[in-house]
Design a protein around this ligand. Structure first.
Ligand code: AHG
Ligand code: MN
Ligand code: MN
Length: 361
């Protein structure tokens, strides 16, 4: 197939917009600006050490720490700046919020204000930057309900079901942009010679079943019983209750795990655990769990806290963390079911009460 036969992101958005004759075009302009930020980040990622992109930000001054208490990498900071610069000027946004900024970003006075809010994780998988493993950017578009001069944290506290659009860019062997505007999920591949995202993966669907799971097993001693049960059953394989062998993956870039799951199914878990009682999960609701959850649900998969559907959660703060489970529908539903079932009784060594005993019911 020649390049001319492929649909560009611009063409895709214009054709989508034709279905809504009253649409102003602001939304399309916003997505194209987000895509431009992603292309600029892809370029920085691709140059790596040649572009001086490895290492910690402000390393000479003792490093800089973001609101999450995490050391910022040079690429975290640069990616955040690129998202801001590409999106602040056009008049499509009322404000922005990011993993790398403590407070909402106000649109500078010299620029017009728009009706959308942009929320993003500019660089997901930061621990993988310096080792040349896939990283990505995650974004979520919300409607702004305020006509006040400045946006506040409260304006961003909308449930994931309110998202107008969500997506991510993956900076892997190829750069891809995955986008949902609420009617399915489409995948675009960056043609680096043209600098254009081309529609290569129309209407993506997550397979309902899987034999692959992803979890950071080094946290297993902190897992809650339902998660432990699920993983134990996967590990038991063919001879266990699931009757089939499972495979395990852990990239440590959630965006790359989400992409694998979108391509061939699977389940990802970063559940709530008991490691640090002050943190109800590792990942962040507004710019990690919600946009990825939206993509999963739009592709026929499922996203959950383990207890309730992710997209129904009412956020309470901008940088709120949450337990996250997403991927193939039947697996996520199984994990949710394990959370609602009473904990399995602990078997002791008493043969009278063991599974195959006289007193088994
Ligand atoms: P970020 O780089 O934006 O802070 O996010 C990293 C996240 C996520 O991408 C990944 O799944 C997880 O952190 C990795 O956690 P571990 O360090 O526990 O593997
Ligand atoms: Mn992240
Ligand atoms: Mn990040």
């Amino acid at each position: 197939m020649t390049i001319q036969q492929r649909t560009t992101l611009t063409q895709f958005l214009i054709e989508e917009r034709r279905r809504f004759p009253s649409a102003s075009g602001d939304f399309n302009a916003l997505i194209l600006d987000v895509a431009l930020a992603c292309k600029a980040i892809a370029k920085a990622v691709a140059f790596g050490e040649l572009g001086g992109m490895y290492g910690n930000h402000a390393a000479d001054e003792g490093d800089s720490i973001n609101v999450q208490g995490e050391t910022q990498k040079k690429l975290d900071v640069l990616s955040n700046q690129l998202f801001i610069r590409m999106n602040e000027w056009a008049g499509n946004l009322a404000g922005m919020a990011s993993e790398e900024m403590d407070d909402p970003y106000q649109i500078p006075k010299q620029f017009p204000r728009g009706k959308y809010l942009l929320v993003f994780d500019p660089l997901d998988g930061s621990s993988n930057i310096d080792v040349n493993v896939s990283v990505g950017s995650i974004f979520s578009v919300l409607r702004s309900s305020t006509d006040k001069e400045e946006v506040t944290e409260k304006d961003f506290l909308q449930a994931g079901s309110q998202q107008v659009a969500a997506g991510y860019a993956l900076y892997g062997p190829t750069t891809m942009l995955i986008l949902s505007v609420g009617n399915g999920v489409n995948g675009f591949t960056l043609d680096p010679t043209l600098g254009e995202f081309m529609l290569t993966h129309p209407q993506l669907k997550v397979p309902a079943q899987t034999q692959e799971f992803a979890i950071n097993a080094s946290n297993s001693r902190f897992w809650e019983a339902p998660v432990k049960r699920y993983v134990d059953e996967c590990l038991a394989g063919k001879t266990g209750p699931r009757g089939k062998d499972f495979n395990m993956r852990w990239i440590a870039s959630m965006v790359a795990e989400a992409h694998r799951i979108l391509m061939r199914g699977g389940v990802f878990m970063y559940p709530r655990d008991t490691k640090d009682p002050s943190k109800p999960g590792r990942l962040r609701l507004l710019y990690e769990a919600n946009p990825i959850g939206f993509i999963m649900e739009q592709a026929g998969g499922r996203a959950s806290t383990g207890r309730v559907p992710m997209l129904n959660v009412q956020p309470t703060s901008l940088h709120q963390r949450i337990g996250l489970v997403f991927g193939s529908k039947e697996e996520v539903e199984r994990i949710e079911k394990y959370h609602t079932e009473p904990a399995a009784p602990i078997e002791d060594d008493n043969p009278l009460f063991a599974k195959r005993s006289l007193f088994r019911d």
